[in-house]
Design a protein around this ligand. Sequence first.
Ligand code: PLP
Length: 447
Amino acid sequence: MDWQKEDLKYVWHPCSQMKDYETLPPIVIERGKGINLYDINGKCYKDVISSWWCNLLGHSNERINNAIKKQLDALEHVIFANFTHKPAINLCQKLMEVIPKGLCKFNFADNGSSAIEMSLKMSFQYHYQTGNPQKKRFMALADAYHGETLGALAVGGVDLYSELYKPLLLDVIRIEGLDCFRCPWGKCRDNCKCECFCRAEEAFKKYGDETAAIIVEPLLQGSAGMKIYPPLYLKKLRELCNKYNVHLIADEIATGYGRTGKMFAFDHAEVSPDIMCLSKGLTGGYMPMAIAITTQKIYDAFYDDYLKGKAFMHSHTYSGNPLACSAAIEVLNILKDENIIEKANEKALYFNKIIKEKFLQLDFVGEVRSIGLINAIELVKDKNTKEALDYKKRTGYQIYKKALQNGVLLRPLGDVIYFNPPLVIEKSDMDFVTDVALKCTKEILNI
Ligand SMILES: *Cc1c(COP(=O)(O)O)cnc(C)c1O
């Protein structure tokens, strides 16, 4: 059977111009092991983007496989309203040991965007039920990404995804200025005082009273091109939120689970959010699950006699799915037993060093930035002015295609090449994938 042809007959792939598939048909993957993916012809691809940032501990991880298999023979799913099960309870107990303090109530969803929607609704309803019905707007950062359902898309600020749908979206207050590579104040993220925070202060002064919550991707704006900003920004934001009774929602969907070198990105700032959204690494990239975790204070505002109508009337069919919970428990066990984050941090030093050595010398590289094992290489037309490449040339996409031929799955964001590998990547693989990325970049840029 011609699997590619059959695929194109039926499947509409996510986030794709399907016409591109005429020249680059879908790659049919049959199995995975560690950071390797194998197609039906046996060709290997190094998955250094963790299959859309979710695979944490390698494909076909034996311990996670066994945990799911064991749960499968006991219970696959049960309604989560008025019913519960040991995997969900155990997962909450274990998460309590690692999440920022103050967070203690877990509301389950089945994908990242849904957890975001849930957080927004929860925040609005909290204020409504605590005497602040005027707080019905949301703030978000420029270039934010929070998912693609309508509410999540509205708080997002990446035009590529949201521009067209603006007529359908909530009117969100956008905070500009946070752009460390092209800092409007000419500062450097390693030693600035977050001069750009004045934009947040202005917004709170003007709109604080009508705002329910501000949502942020802490430290790392992934879809914006792996943009990185300092923890001080979050510290300042926590204070500002307290002052104006605005919830701080942490979208840790991409940054959680050791991706930034600590369990959660908020840990770098040593402050807690009011609501934290988890997904992606939560199940090791195995099962679609998300959680919005919040405080006793928020939970209490919904707790009353039924007829007061204060309950949070939000549900997803697969809330708290036992198979997903069993995977998530095993992920936490593995992180702890095998010191995964500590080891990843040690490897991250090496990874960043070789990427800088290989790429910084190129005229077209504006910046190499890194946090945890995540490394991004921003290609520009001019190193000095930081002028972007002509996006119509689709340089990143050309590099992507070239790297696939060479057995590496890169998938740049525009003209930002990045690595966001499973935390278990070995140094030999780091050497290989950076060599391939460099070779392909040079070929495409004709240097
Ligand atoms: C992936 C992602 C989401 C959306 O999660 P989905 O499961 O794809 O809906 C939201 N926020 C961030 C930061 C993400 O990386």
